[in-house]
Design a protein around this ligand. Structure first.
Ligand code: ZN
Length: 280
């Protein structure tokens, strides 16, 4: 009985835990592949991990759950790269499905971990399900991460977490420069309190800021923290057939962002009409 109660409590307090039970793609392996230029996909079938290859080693964005790290490593090695060449690890945001494995990757490879200010405490936390990583560099909105001729820009897109980060970079492909946008998360999770939130009073304004940022970024390659945001599986199948790169999808990006903004505004209105009592 005690165990059942504890499990129920975990499900209630942890949206990530509840979803982990529901989405088999989270821990399913997926072939590593080149998206464009020096930008590669090395995540699971839904939990996105990006590898940026440079002559001075590689950058990884996200570490997924700790149990997914061997899968990520296999994808990296399957592309002919070395896991130990990981020099920098970044995250989309400090939730377990994107950052729990970061501590392990840092221990394995000695990579530097760089995290947006609002998420640093969560990434350094050693509580259960937290990465317990050492953050080597604290990032602010607009900061650049540079390695071996590649530059990533950290855009603060808060709300989902206080330090939620959308990463952008330019890649060269077939003589063209492409703008890649890796969305941190525009989602209002079940149970999120947008009105009268004592732990995060500016949460709704932060989501508004996030949609302003997402609407203003130059976009060719539409990517994000979960494969489901941008249709990873279907686009990968399309890509295998050859032809135009399906990840170049500014229309899909704009449709996704406006649909997510409408969902946020609808939920905000609902909570204004019917304010939640408390919560995170
Ligand atoms: Zn999240």
């Amino acid at each position: 009985m005690k165990t059942i109660l504890r499990t129920m409590l975990l499900v209630i307090v942890s949206p990530a835990f509840a979803l982990a039970q529901a989405n088999p793609d989270w821990h399913a392996s997926f072939p590593g592949f080149k998206i464009a230029g020096n930008l590669y996909y090395v995540g699971t079938a839904d939990l996105a991990v990006y590898l940026i290859r440079t002559p001075q080693g590689n950058i990884l964005i996200n570490g997924d759950f700790a149990e997914d790290v061997p899968t990520i490593r296999k994808s990296i090695e399957g592309l002919g790269f070395k896991y130990n060449d990981t020099k920098i690890v970044l995250i989309s945001h400090a939730h377990g499905d994107h950052d729990e494995g970061v501590g392990m990757i840092q221990k394995d490879t000695g990579a530097e971990v760089m995290v947006m200010e609002g998420d640093v405490a969560e990434v350094q936390s050693t509580a259960q399900g937290r990465p317990g990583a050492k953050v080597n560099r604290t990032l602010k909105d607009g900061d650049k991460v540079e390695l071996g001729g590649s530059t990533l820009v950290a855009h603060l897109t808060p709300g989902h977490t206080k330090g939620c980060t959308t990463w952008t970079m330019q890649v060269e492909e077939g003589g063209k420069t492409l703008n890649a946008v890796i969305i941190g998360s525009p989602n209002v999770n079940a149970g999120y309190v947008l009105v009268g939130n004592k732990n995060y009073p500016t949460i709704a304004q932060d989501y508004e800021k996030t949609f302003n940022v997402l609407n203003s970024l130059p976009i060719d390659l539409f990517l994000g923290a979960h494969g489901a945001y941008f249709g990873l599986k279907a686009k990968y199948e399309t890509m295998k057939k050859g032809g135009a790169n399906p990840f170049i999808d500014p229309a899909g990006y704009k449709a996704y962002v406006s649909e997510r903004e409408a969902a946020f505004r609808k939920e905000w209105e609902r909570q204004k009409q019917n304010p939640p009592s408390a919560g995170k």
